[in-house]
Design a protein around this ligand. Sequence first.
Ligand code: NAG
Ligand code: NAG
Ligand code: NAG
Ligand code: NAG
Length: 493
Amino acid sequence: MRLIQWASLGLISLVAADSNLTLESRNILPSTFKPPQHFQNVNLVRNINLEKNYVRETVNVVIENVGKEAQSEYFLPFEPGTIARIGGLEARDKKDPEKGGFVAEVAVTDEQSSTQFYKITLPTPLQPKGQLTLSISYWTLASLNPLPAQIGQTDKQYVLYTFSAYAPSAYLTQKQKTKLKLPTTDVPDAVTLPKSLNTEGKEDPQKQGTSFTYGPYSEIEAGALQEVSVRYEFTKPLTHSKLLERDVEVSHWGGNVAFEERHWLTNRAASLKNHFSRVAYQQSAYYNPPMAALKELRFPLAIGSEDPYFIDDIGNVSTSRFRTNMREANLELKPRYPVFGGWNYSFRVGWNGDLSGYVRRLKTGSDGFVLKVPFLDGPKQVEGIEYERVVTRVILPEGAINVHFETTIPLISNTTSLHRTFMDTLGRTTLELTAINVVDELRDRELVVMYDYPFSARFRKPLTIFGGILLVFVVSWVVGNLDVSIGSKVKAA
Ligand SMILES: *[C@@H]1O[C@H](CO)[C@@H](O)[C@H](O)[C@H]1NC(C)=O
Ligand SMILES: *[C@@H]1O[C@H](CO)[C@@H](O)[C@H](O)[C@H]1NC(C)=O
Ligand SMILES: *[C@@H]1O[C@H](CO)[C@@H](O)[C@H](O)[C@H]1NC(C)=O
Ligand SMILES: CC(=O)N[C@H]1CO[C@H](CO)[C@@H](O)[C@@H]1O
C-alpha cells in the first residue's frame, strides 16, 4: 500500500532558474511529504568536526529494511534554511567504500518552511530485514556565529554552534551518539542535557580533551530534535567567499594556459568594537597573535607557474610574495589591509602555466586533446575557506569542437558557448561550470576537458594574423602607388 502511495507521489525533476542558494536541479515533493517508514536506524554514530570555519559532519549508520518489500530510497532530513548551505554531500557503503558513492540528490518540498530532504538511492535495493552501513558526509557553510558579535582588535574570538543532539533522521533510531571535535579545550559553554535522557545515565555531554560526546540515546523517533549548542574559542577568520569566478584560458598557439581568479570575500568573524587602530595592529605584528582578521592568503600553485599578478579594487597590490623553484610555486598574498569581521575584500589574481603541463594530445597525430586542471585553486588556509558559488570557465582555442568534461565536483549547471575576443573570427568555445557550497578541501579535485582541435582550426589564427599583415601590406602598397594629388603632396611633405 505504502509502495503504491509512494509511486503515485511522482517525483518530478525540475531545473529551476538561478535561485541563489537553493539548488537548481532538484526533485520537488509535496509539502505534506513524509518519508515512508520502511527503514530503521539500528545504530548511528555522528561525528561533527569543528576544527575549521565550516562544519564537517560524517554520519555512519547501520540501516535496516523493516518493510515487506525491497527498498532503495533513503531520505535525510534538513531543517528549512539549512539545505541551501549544505555542500559536498556524499553517501557510500561503509563496508565497501571502493564501490564509489551512491546517488544523493536534493528532494525538496514545495513549501520553503517545511523540512527538506536529500534522497540517497542505494545502487541495489535492500531486501526486507537486510542491513547496510551507510557513511554519509557533508559540510555546512556559514554555521558558526561569533558570540559576542563584537570584540576588541586583539581579543580572542568565541563562536557559537547550534545543532541537535539527536541526529536529524526521517526514521526511528534505536541507538545513537554524536561526537564533537573542537579546535581547542577553551569551551566556556556547552549545553548539558539531563542524565535521564542518556541511555547510560551519564553526564551529557561527556568531555575528553577536545572531544565532547552527546549520547548514547535509545529509541529516538523519526523527526525528533533536541537543540543544544557549544561556544568555543576560534580566534581565526571566518573567511566566506560570496563568489569565485575562475577563468582558464588555453592557447595552443602561445603554448600557454592563463589562469585568473576573481574573489569576493567577506569575513564572517566578530566585528570590531572600536575603530581600527593601525598602531595597535603594527605593535601586534611583532608577536603575531592569533586574530580573527584575515591577514594573508596562501595559494600553492602548480610547479612552474609564472608571471603572477594581484590586483584589488584600488590597483596593483605590491605586498605579495611569490616563492618559486623546482619544488614549489607559492603565492603569498597580503591584502591591502587586514580584513576584520564584517569587512569585504575583493581582488583578482592570475598566473600563467606552460601548455605542456596541462594539455595532452590523446594520440599522436589525432585532433583530440585533453586538458587537466584543478577545478579551483583559491587560497589554502589552515582555518579553511568556504565558497557560496564557484563559476569556472574554460576558454578553449578558436575552432575547438566536441567538448566533453569530467569532474567529481557536484555541479548545478554547465554550458558551452562561444566567447569572442580580439582577433577571433569564430569566437572561442567556452565551457562554463557552476558549483555551490564548495570548501577549500576540494581544491585538489580535477577538471578534465576533452576536445577536438582540428588541424585547420589550429592554423586559422596564424593564417588570420598573416592574412591581416598581408592586407596591410597590400593596402599600403596600393595607397603608396596611387597617383592622387593629395597622396603625392603627403609623400612630398
Ligand atoms: C602592476 O604591476 C605590474 C608588474 O608588477 C605592471 O606591469 C603593471 O603595469 C602594473 N599595473 C598597474 C595598473 O600599476
Ligand atoms: C560587504 O558586502 C555586503 C554585500 O555582499 C554588503 O551588504 C556589506 O555592507 C559589505 N560590508 C562592508 C563593510 O562594506
Ligand atoms: C550538463 O548539463 C546537462 C543539462 O543542461 C546535464 O544533462 C548533464 O548531465 C550535465 N553534464 C555534467 C557532466 O554534469
Ligand atoms: C547570485 C545570485 O544569483 N543572486 C540573485 C539572488 O536572488 C536575487 C533576487 O531573487 C537576485 O537579484 C540575485 O541576482
